[in-house]
Ligand binder design. Structure first.
Ligand SMILES: NC(=O)C1=CN([C@@H]2O[C@H](COP(=O)(O)OP(=O)(O)OC[C@H]3O[C@@H](n4cnc5c(N)ncnc54)[C@H](OP(=O)(O)O)[C@@H]3O)[C@@H](O)[C@H]2O)C=CC1
Ligand SMILES: CC(=O)[C@@H](O)[C@H](O)COP(=O)(O)O
Ligand SMILES: [Mn+2]
Length: 390
């Protein structure tokens, strides 16, 4: 039986992972499940899968979690340290599906004990790509992509020589505001931003898709995952979200990965890799789809992609700063304290402020450095918001 843990079990990726695991309960021994405020769901998952321990991120959720698990023998714990401790329990495979930079430490703990980390939490690579990949290499761990584009690239690269790769193209749906003129974008509300046209996802990544910050994070994720020069990574808007990525080779061949917008494909691929097993996803009917379209992204309405390229050029801890500033800006947009287009303004101004201080140039090679920059960038982003938006 494979020992597995799921970090962020109560979220969109977590639920899809639980769905796959629950279809073959005899194959897995579930060690740890973690969640945030949704303790009723976390307890139900822990009971259904017979987990060893369930951990909530929030201390004030511990009492209801304990109550929901009473009499089961399943341990309960709370807090970021408890999640990190649960992640240090040896497993063969773990899903990293906490949202935001909070996903970094549990993923590192899994890799430190030589486990396989299925990585949905793209923020880990944006903040600390060198540290994450370096830890995996040093400790015999492995990182498998779960983000749909990166899973697609990984599959297209199977058996290929990276030296023959000319370019990687990741697709972007364009989100709910793909056709909106700039003046209208400024009026976009959180409710409109979360209404993704193709994917059912958590609130934060849905807003990031609308602003293209999701694709900006994914550009950096591509660089860190596949070690490819940023000049060779392209973003292509593809409103149908059927082609997830393409890899172009030196001989001009272009390998595309197609699939329905269902994350159980990418999760299942990472779960069963290196095997391919049957998965409960729809089989594409291309004749019915009839048309797949592509267009270039608009840098004027969606400046996040330009910012990501500037971050990659800057290197060092710029990725950690970028992600932290984006998380703060997103919180303020969700709280209606800044507008939709202000998110990019805040991120750019925060990076500009930090570039005048020391720290951004340090390599992201220790957790302490990464967390210190994360903390500083959040502080600077709040100062930017305070000075610009009162
Ligand atoms: N959803 C998708 O299809 C895709 C998601 N991803 C990435 O996967 C990750 C998860 O996304 P998604 O599942 O949509 O997100 P959700 O918001 O649906 O779920 C997030 C999970 O993390 C928990 N959580 C929230 N904050 C914290 C915290 N501070 N500490 C510990 N746990 C916390 C939540 O708990 P609770 O809900 O109980 O409060 C929940 O279990 C993100 O990094 C996202 O970018 C990548 C590709 C596709
Ligand atoms: C499912 C997935 O991988 C998301 O990251 C997806 O890419 C979001 O859609 P966008 O292409 O709109 O960002
Ligand atoms: Mn993606």
């Amino acid at each position: 039986m494979r020992r597995i843990s799921i970090f962020g079990a109560t979220g969109s990726i977590g639920e899809n992972t639980v769905d796959l695991i629950a279809r073959d309960p005899g194959a897995y021994r579930v060690v740890a499940l973690t969640g945030g405020r949704n303790v009723a769901r976390l307890a139900a998952q822990a009971r259904a899968l017979g987990a060893e321990i369930a951990v909530t991120a929030h201390d004030d959720c511990l009492a209801p979690l304990r109550a929901a698990l009473a009499g089961t023998g399943i341990a309960a714990a709370a807090g970021a340290d408890a999640i990190a401790e649960a992640a240090a329990r040896p497993v063969d495979w773990a899903m990293s599906a906490i949202v935001g930079a909070a996903g970094l430490v549990p993923g590192l703990r899994v890799l430190e004990q030589g486990g396989t980390l299925a990585l949905a939490n793209k923020e880990s690579l944006v903040c600390a790509g060198a540290l994450v990949m370096g830890t995996a290499a040093a400790r015999g761990g492995r990182v498998l992509p779960v983000d749909s584009e990166h899973s697609a690239v990984f599959q297209a690269l199977r058996g290929e020589d990276m030296a023959a790769v000319e370019r990687i193209i990741i697709t972007a749906s364009g989100g709910p505001f793909r056709d909106w003129p700039a003046e209208r974008l400024a009026t976009a509300t959180p409710e409109q931003a979360v209404a993704h046209p193709n994917w059912a996802m958590g609130q934060r990544i849905s807003v990031d898709s609308a602003s293209m910050f999701n694709k900006a994070l994914e550009l950096i994720e591509t660089r860190e995952f596949f070690g490819i020069d940023p000049d060779r990574i392209e973003v292509l808007v593809h409103p149908q979200s059927i082609v997830h990525a393409m890899v172009g080779f030196a001989d001009g061949g272009l390998m595309a990965h197609l699939g329905p917008p269902d994350m159980r494909h990418a999760i299942g691929h990472a779960l069963h890799w290196p095997d391919r097993r049957a998965l409960p996803v729809e089989r594409l009917d291309l004749a019915r789809l009839a048309r797949l379209s592509f267009e270039a992204p608009d840098p004027a309405r969606f400046p996040a992609l330009r910012l990501a390229r500037e971050v990659m050029a800057a290197g060092g801890l710029a990725g950690a700063a970028f992600n932290a500033a984006k998380e703060v800006a997103l919180d303020h947009f969700l709280d209606r304290r800044i507008g939709f287009c202000d998110m990019a303004v805040v991120v750019e101004a925060t990076l500009a402020r930090l570039s005048g201080e020391s720290g951004l140039q340090f390599a992201p090679d220790t957790l302490e450095k990464v967390l210190a920059m994360d903390h500083l960038a959040r502080q600077r982003a709040r100062e930017v918001i305070g000075s610009r938006y009162g």
